[in-house]
Ligand binder design. Structure first.
Ligand code: ZN
Length: 105
């Protein structure tokens, strides 16, 4: 069903304004906007997406949260964006294409 790899970066409530009719003053603002619980995730091509989830799925997704970090490779001096589970995670430098001691911060 899910063909693409996805990286969940946050669990959040989003207010869905789709049904809000701004011409009617009674529906202006947050009133009439329905809170939607969901996850923000990054696709393989680094696009941020939102998907509705059930509240029973919160622990599941919380255990799978990734952190976005700006990383620096001391070997080749390049900066790149990476996803880590912990700040001590070691990522491969995309320029050197092999595992380096690159830390987030
Ligand atoms: Zn490098």
């Amino acid at each position: 069903m899910i063909a693409q790899m996805e990286y969940v970066i946050s669990i959040a409530k989003r207010y869905n304004h789709a049904r809000t009719h701004y011409k009617d003053p009674r529906n202006r603002g947050i009133k009439g906007a329905k809170p939607v619980l969901g996850i923000y995730y990054l696709t393989e091509d680094w696009k941020l997406r939102f998907r509705k989830i059930s509240r029973f799925m919160i622990p599941y997704y919380r255990a799978r949260l990734w952190k976005r970090r700006k990383l620096f490779c001391p070997k080749c001096g390049s900066k790149f964006m990476g996803l880590v589970k912990k700040d001590t995670d070691i990522l491969a430098c995309p320029y050197l294409q092999r595992v380096q001691n690159v830390r987030g911060g």
